[in-house]
Design a protein around this ligand. Structure first.
Ligand code: SF4
Length: 266
């Protein structure tokens, strides 16, 4: 079996039309400046140099922000760069992550042209009240519509959901998983909320208006979610945000996390 590699390129907050209460995309992606074609090229070349296996399956992933909401020209610039590596046979596919309300026919046509294979949607919750509280700027109806369009157009669909959003209960999170299963994603990521600097959540946490989940609460709910998705053969590609210099224990220098009840080993 071929070994799989992902070359992650973070395109922070570009074009994102709103500010979710938990998000300071620049901290979460660890990327302080906008991504240029030159910068992306350097990252790809560097990864390719270090992937030694002959028989490997390599994917370029544009993560962070809302890829399909950035200016069209910027999308084309980055996608055409990635596509060059597909044409040369050095890379097999491209994946992107985006918002559900940044998917339409024209966008999917563009993604198809550059051989994007996987589209991950930031869903976070299936409950419109909780989405509104989190200032997501879209509803669960957008998720349903985008998910169907993605699958009907032959892309691999991924979903990202969060646990511990303001006013979200364990029942809400179980209901979110049930609603997502109906939309038939191939893969999911489950992220317990972290309180990050520079966010609305940080202000609420400091005022005592928001209480993050304890690690026990997060484990309790995540284990149920994992079981639900696994039962339906939906791949769980991540539980918990990946640790980086910025996403680390609050006492570490450079950490952007304010309250870390969810440890890096989660
Ligand atoms: S949509 Fe995504 S990038 Fe934009 S603020 Fe929300 S989490 Fe951050």
């Amino acid at each position: 079996m071929k070994k799989q590699y992902i070359i992650p390129i973070f395109v922070p907050h570009l074009g994102c039309p709103n500010d979710c209460v938990f998000c300071n995309q620049k901290s979460i992606s660890g990327q302080k400046k906008n991504m240029t074609k030159e910068e992306a090229k350097k990252i790809i070349e560097n990864y390719l140099k270090n992937i030694k296996e002959e028989d490997s399956q390599i994917e370029i992933a544009f993560y962070g922000g809302s890829f399909t909401a950035i200016e069209k020209e910027k999308q084309e610039e980055l996608l055409s760069l990635a596509y060059e590596y597909i044409k040369k046979g050095q890379v097999e596919s491209i994946r992107i992550s985006t918002r559900p309300d940044a998917i339409d026919k024209e966008i999917l046509k563009r993604l198809k042209k550059y051989k994007v294979k996987t589209i991950e949607l930031g869903v976070q919750s299936a409950n419109n009240y909780i989405l509104n509280k989190a200032n997501r700027g879209h509803t669960f109806e957008d998720v349903k519509r985008a998910s169907k369009m993605i699958r009907w157009n032959g892309f691999k669909l991924g979903h990202q959901m969060m646990v511990g959003l303001p006013e979200s209960t364990r029942i809400d999170e179980i209901n979110t998983a049930k609603s997502l299963i109906k939309l038939k994603p191939k893969m999911v990521r489950i992220y317990p909320v972290l309180v990050v600097k520079g966010t609305k959540l940080e202000q609420d946490y400091k005022k005592g208006k928001y209480e993050p989940l304890t690690v026990v609460q997060a484990v309790e709910v995540c284990k149920d979610l994992v079981r639900m998705f696994a039962d339906k053969k939906i791949e769980i590609i991540r539980v918990g945000l990946q640790n980086t210099d910025e996403i680390d224990n609050p006492e570490k220098e450079g950490s952007e996390v304010v309250a870390r009840t969810i440890p890096p080993s989660f």
